[in-house]
Design a binder for this molecule. Sequence first.
Ligand code: CMP
Length: 137
Amino acid sequence: ATEETLVLVKPDGVARGLTGAILARIEAKGYSLVDIGLVEPDRDTLEQHYAEHEGKPFYEPLLEFMMSGPSVAIRLAGNRVIEGFRSLAGTTDPTTAAPGTIRGDYGRDWGLKVQQNLVHGSDSAESAARELDIWFP
Ligand code: CMP
């Protein structure tokens, strides 16, 4: 059945001018943009979004990174779009993400304290519902 997911083009993707290239891949795959906007999330929003990572060593660097510049938030729809977008994005570590994926083609490890991996995609139907409420209230 048709479902929705939250996609973020993170600050590194926006700053590097990759928003268009990333959107082109999403559209070429056939998914539908339901809503899209440039956002500068505050700390409270990010604490909600990343609640499951609180306490991990990369948590503070992650929040700092996500507040370092604007992101593009996308409400994306399609059949099996949750797993489909995650496949398009590639694995978390951009150094070893498969070529042909967004992270594999455009990302690498910059030696910083957090993986700057260009995009976020919800990892389950539950996460998608929760995250869409945060970013598209
Ligand atoms: P995202 O899909 O947004 O979910 C959590 C984010 O934390 C992830 O992308 C990365 O940006 C970052 N992250 C996850 N694991 C690590 C790690 N081991 N070291 C540094 N950053 C990480």
